[in-house]
Write a new protein. Structure first.
Length: 213
């Protein structure tokens, strides 16, 4: 999974808009990948779920790996687009953080992370830490850039953006690894409330690095 994810990251933004058949194939590929893993997932199963012939799959993708790479790239692009659209729609910093966190936590319900299997969740988490650049590093850089921009605009106090992002990412990873919680992670309003209470203060409180004191 890690190698597939790494190659998928390198392909972000380089693929044309998929047509209806390709969308069905990519969605089916994610379902099969989530249920069977990379070793036992098959092209035949993807074709069956997408309701196309095996030959149709190979006219569009040269191998099983290429199909899964493209499917993973599509899922990452969906996440980034939704994060930008939803979090970017708020001027209030607390609300922006809350919405951004809600988008991240909704990943817990993604087919690749859904279910009770700790092994499956940890495999998916390990996959996003691999590659050059790793998906988690792309997220880290994206969030740090957003925080730097808000800081440059004077909308949040001085602080170390990278350290703040590090805390936020590790908190999200904790919920991904262990989604059993007193908070209903399927309830967006509860997730937003949690972010307002606990995550927004990470950005809104002054944060001076120890070595700068």
């Amino acid at each position: 999974m890690g190698k597939l994810m790494a190659r998928a990251v390198r392909g972000l933004g380089s693929h044309p808009e998929p047509d209806d058949i390709e969308i069905r194939l990519l969605d089916a590929a994610i379902e099969v990948l989530a249920e069977r893993g990379t070793q036992t997932a098959t092209i035949d199963e993807v074709a069956r779920r997408a309701k196309v012939g095996r030959a149709t799959v190979f006219r569009r993708f040269s191998s099983k790996d290429q199909l899964f790479e493209r499917a993973l790239a599509q899922e990452m692009q969906k996440f980034l687009d939704e994060l930008q659209e939803r979090a970017g729609g708020f001027d209030d910093i607390g609300e922006r953080v809350a919405e951004g966190f809600a988008v991240c936590i909704e990943v817990v319900n993604h087919p690749l992370l859904r279910g009770d299997s700790l092994v499956a969740r940890m495999t998916a988490i390990e996959a996003i830490t691999q590659g050059d650049p790793a998906p988690i590093e792309l997220a880290r850089n994206y969030l740090a850039a957003q925080i730097d921009q808000m800081r440059a605009e004077g909308r949040i106090p001085p602080g170390d953006s990278r350290r703040q992002v590090d805390v936020l990412i590790h908190l999200v990873l904790g919920y991904m690894a262990s989604p059993a919680t007193t908070i209903d992670l399927g309830n967006t309003e509860e997730v937003r409330a949690l972010a307002r209470e606990t995550f927004a203060p990470i950005l809104l409180a002054p944060n001076v690095p120890v070595n700068a004191q």
